[in-house]
Design a protein around this ligand. Sequence first.
Ligand SMILES: [Zn+2]
Length: 278
Amino acid sequence: MVDVGECDEEDAAGWQRACELVAAARRITVLTGAGISTGAGIPDFRGPNGVWTRDPRAQRLSDIDSYLADPEVRRAAWRSRARHPAWEAEPGPAHRALTELANSGRLRALLTQNIDELHQRAGLDPELVLELHGSMFGTVCLECGETGTMRAALRRVAEGDPDPSCERCGGILKSATVSFGQALDPEVVRSGQRAAMDCELFLTAGTSLTVHPAAGFAELAVRAGADLIVCNAEPTPYDDQAAAVLRGNLDEVLPRLLSVPTVPNSSPLRTWGDPSTW
Ligand SMILES: [Zn+2]
C-alpha cells in the first residue's frame, strides 16, 4: 500500500492506481507543459495567472504573421525575450524527479512543450528530450535558416539594435521556437509519435492537453495500448481516458509518484516499432 496521506477517497484511489502503474512500468514516455515550470517562476499561458490570460495582446508576439509583418511586434518580442523569466529560473523538484526517472533507465523519452531548457539544466540527457516547440535560447533566420544563440542576438539588442536581422543574409531573425502559424519540426513530431507508441506508460505533467499536435500524443499512446496518467492542476480533455488523474502541485506530485519503488514485471514488453515502417 502507498501512503496516500490526507486525500479524499477519489484522490486516494487515483494515487493508488498511479503508483502501481509507475512501479510496474519499464518504459515510460513523459509529456510536460508549462505547468511543470510555474514553480520555477515561469508563468504559463492559459492558466488563471497565465501570460495570455492577463494580457491577450501578448499572444500577438507569438503569431508568425504579425511577427513577419510588423516591426513593432518584433521589437516588442526582443524586449520580451530579454526579460524572459527563464534567464533566472532554476529547475525545481518536478524537473529533478524526471531526471531521476531517466537515471533509473526507464524513461523512453521526454516530450516537452516548454522552451525553457529546464529539463536539460536539471541534468536530463538532451538526447532524451524532444522540444516540440523549440528553445528560446537559440535563434533562427526566417530567410536562410542560419542558427545562432539568443545571447548573441540580445547583446545586439542591448547595443542599440531593437530588431537585429540575420548577419548572413539580412533576413528576419526569430527565437528558435515554434510560433502560432508555424509548423512543428516533422522529425521531432515523428520521434514523439514513436515514443508515445513505444511505451507502457504515458505520463503527462503540467499540460492542459489542448494544443495539437502535442496533445494528440496522449491519444496515440492510449490507442497503442499504454496506460495514461494525467498530472495537471486543471481538468484536461483526456482525463476520462486516463488510468489515473492527479491534481496538485507538480513539485510535490512528481517526486512522490516517481520515487515509488519498482516491482518486478515479467510480462512481455510490448513495442510497436516505427510507424513509418507499418
Ligand atoms: Zn539569414
